[in-house]
Design a protein around this ligand. Structure first.
Ligand code: SAH
Length: 373
């Protein structure tokens, strides 16, 4: 007699949305199923956007029933959607309770970039970033990271765009290398031909510079790397990106060189936020040129995006141009990032989401502000 499998309670079910090919193979092996099921599931979920096992018609009826009992494809729930005058879109997606994260889509001619979050808030305290002010709640799961891409693809397709996303950048909320395994699992599904099939050069992890994790990443991944440098010497970087006190510039550069060492035609993108009177002098540009000498590099100057409560201001366009000219003359490929989606607070460093802060950072900040009043 065949019995219908008992349905696992929701929390016990595996969310297949978050598994890459190897993860799915492992999941099916435990069920006594063949590895090729992984390809089938990747295609159903990520290419066709199907979340209901009953519709996965090339799986046997028995397998579909088993999947319904033990697994699920659970996608994030939108809280709201904002559209910028320049075409940029931002979604606030609920992760659990009152925690929510932001995902931003930036259309450009010939490409579309999705900026995904890797954590609810951020545990680092970069002084010029508004996510840092929100405090930190938790890491996202790989399902919650891939869920952002799944969701954006469907939304954009519904607006009539056929292949809307060509690039993914881990430049939303959070420090991706603090959430190592889920981020790398998600990145593998992004480049898998049966899922999103993105080029590994078009999936970029941006880090503030966690040195041990960079070495680990070099062992298992070859996606593109961007590093938030923001200062050409330790004294200044210690102040702007406090994790530098633990992993100073020399160690960071060594880890970055190691990352691209056996990867032909690869370079590191150095992000450098332009802060008026802080890190934007000609001397800083000259120091930066010396620092990056001999490393295959692209420098991306980011005009600072203000947020409530910050004392920083963005460098003037002329200052940014002079800074760029010094780098260009030194032979460094240099671009200035166009600020997009600022009218919907969707620009770099403006993502705040809704974070149930567990670090009490916001509270401490407010108390400190009161004490100085
Ligand atoms: N934690 C990761 C990824 C998130 S930030 C990292 O540090 O790289 C993505 C980029 O936006 C980083 O280069 C970050 O330094 C930059 N950024 C943060 N706040 C900003 C702001 N207010 N204006 C402009 N860029 C900012």
């Amino acid at each position: 007699m065949r019995s219908t499998p008992v349905k696992e309670p929701r929390e016990a079910r595996t969310n297949l949305l978050g598994l890459d090919r190897e993860g799915l193979k492992g999941f099916f092996a435990e069920m006594g199923e063949k590895p090729f099921r992984a390809s089938q599931l990747l295609k159903w979920i990520h290419q066709r956007g199907v979340t209901d096992f009953a519709q996965m018609t090339d799986l046997s009826k028995a397998l579909r029933t088993k999947l319904e009992a033990t697994a699920e494809v659970r996608i994030p729930e939108p809280v709201f959607d904002q559209r910028s005058a320049d075409g940029t879109r931002k979604w606030l997606l609920r992760m659990d309770g009152s925690n929510a994260i932001e995902t931003v889509y930036i259309p450009e001619t010939g490409r579309g970039t999705l900026c995904v979050s890797s954590q609810v808030g951020c545990a680092l305290e970069c002084t010029f970033c508004s996510t840092a002010q929100q405090g930190f709640n938790r890491n996202l799961t790989s399902a919650e990271i891939l869920g952002q891409l799944w969701f954006a693809v469907r939304e954009l397709q519904a607006s009539g765009l056929e292949r809307p996303i060509t690039n993914v950048v881990f430049m939303g909320m959070g420090e991706p290398l603090s959430n190592f395994a889920p981020v790398l699992m998600a990145s593998r599904a992004m480049v898998d031909d049966d899922a999103y099939g993105l080029s590994k050069r078009r999936v970029t992890l941006s880090t503030s510079g966690l040195v041990p994790q960079l070495y680990r990443m070099a062992e298992i991944s070859d996606i593109a790397l961007a590093v938030s440098l923001h200062a050409p010497n330790d004294a200044l970087r210690d102040e702007l990106v406090p994790i530098n006190r633990k992993h100073p510039i020399k160690d960071l550069l060594a880890a970055c060189k190691h990352y691209i060492q056996d990867k032909p035609h690869r370079s590191i993108t150095w992000e450098y936020v332009m802060l008026d009177g802080v890190n934007d002098h000609d001397e800083h540009a000259r120091q930066l040129a010396v620092l990056l000498k001999g490393i295959p590099s692209k420098v991306n100057l980011i005009p600072f995006n203000p947020f409530p409560g910050t004392d920083y201001r963005c460098s003037s366009p002329e200052r940014i141009r002079s800074f760029a000219t010094i780098l260009l003359k030194a032979g460094l490929t240099t671009t200035t990032r166009k600020t997009r989606g600022q009218d919907i607070d969707g620009a770099c460093g403006q993502l705040v989401g809704r974070v149930e802060d567990r670090t009490r950072r916001r509270l401490r900040r407010e108390q400190a502000a009161e004490a100085t009043q």
